[in-house]
Write a protein of this length. Structure first.
Length: 279
């Protein structure tokens, strides 16, 4: 039976790690930053321009990630805002759920002191990558979303081991719970001869932009085979794989369990999607 387990889990595909080179765009001279025209302060035009731009960005984020994300701009003045130039952008959301990706209490702020967007044809474009420092939590509700996602289920259903049309080994949807500073796994396994459950708990480590399990404590007779299982059906790999795409990327640098929540930190990136060829 151990041979069947090893064979099954070795055919799962590991999502490749994501890496990037971080840089800030050149900070152009913003005219009259500290001497904003009196009329802007009196009429509130600065505030109006800021709010309009925030609403446009929020709309683009909702369209791209199918989640409500709030935007808060820190701008230089009305003139620079009209050119798409701003100091910083803060993003926050109670929950972002996109395909197999799910996180809670998301907060992010741009890393660079100068940023720029382009508004054209009723769309926001990014002439350079926007890099954000972010913090977010992964809750038990988020993990349930990942496990029930079509992507995760497709992976489980695509690799049963069959012999002459008979299912020799099949993995069913695991139960995963964050509790008391650890993660607890219950994995139902179906074989031709018998059904059984593998139970274990673990702590976390961030490695190659993936939240991996460490200090695994097996509670079954299968011993080291648990390490193979956790690597191949790690739900956090599917979470990152869902978000890293054409619109944005995420790079996890820290993950720590606090009671029944995983607190994460890292870099969130909105990709460049505008060049002179867009003219």
């Amino acid at each position: 039976m151990k041979v069947f387990l090893v064979l099954f889990f070795m055919i799962f595909t590991v999502i490749p790690a994501f890496s990037f080179d971080f840089y800030c765009p050149n900070e152009y001279k913003i005219a009259d930053i500290n001497n904003e025209k009196i009329i802007n302060k009196i009429t509130g035009l600065n505030f109006a321009s800021k709010k309009i731009t925030e609403v446009i960005i929020e709309g683009e984020l909702k369209k791209a990630l199918n989640s409500k994300i709030y935007a808060d701009l820190d701008i230089y003045n009305i003139d620079s805002m009209n050119k798409g130039e701003f100091k910083s952008l803060k993003l926050n959301s109670k929950r972002i759920q996109y395909k197999a990706f799910s996180i809670s209490d998301f907060e992010a702020k741009t890393k660079c002191g100068y940023n720029k967007i382009i508004y054209k044809n009723k769309r926001v474009y990014y002439p350079h990558e926007l890099y954000f420092d972010y913090k977010a939590a992964i809750t038990n509700e988020d993990i349930k979303h990942i496990l029930n996602s079509q992507e995760f289920q497709n992976k489980l259903n695509s690799f049963p081991i069959t012999v002459k049309g008979n299912t020799v080994l099949k993995i069913h949807t695991p139960e995963i719970e964050i509790k008391g500073g650890k993660i607890y796994y219950t994995i139902p396994v179906e074989t031709l001869l018998l059904n059984f459950v593998i139970n274990f708990n673990s702590e976390l480590i961030v490695k190659n932009n993936t939240i991996s399990l460490t200090n695994i404590s097996p509670n079954s007779i299968f011993g080291n085979i648990t390490n193979v299982i956790t690597d191949k059906i790690n739900p956090f790999k599917y979470e990152l794989g869902s978000l890293n795409g054409k619109y944005c990327k995420i790079n996890i640098t820290k993950a720590q369990i606090s009671d029944n929540i995983i607190n994460t930190e890292g870099i969130f990136i909105i990709n460049k999607n505008y060049t002179e060829n867009n003219e």
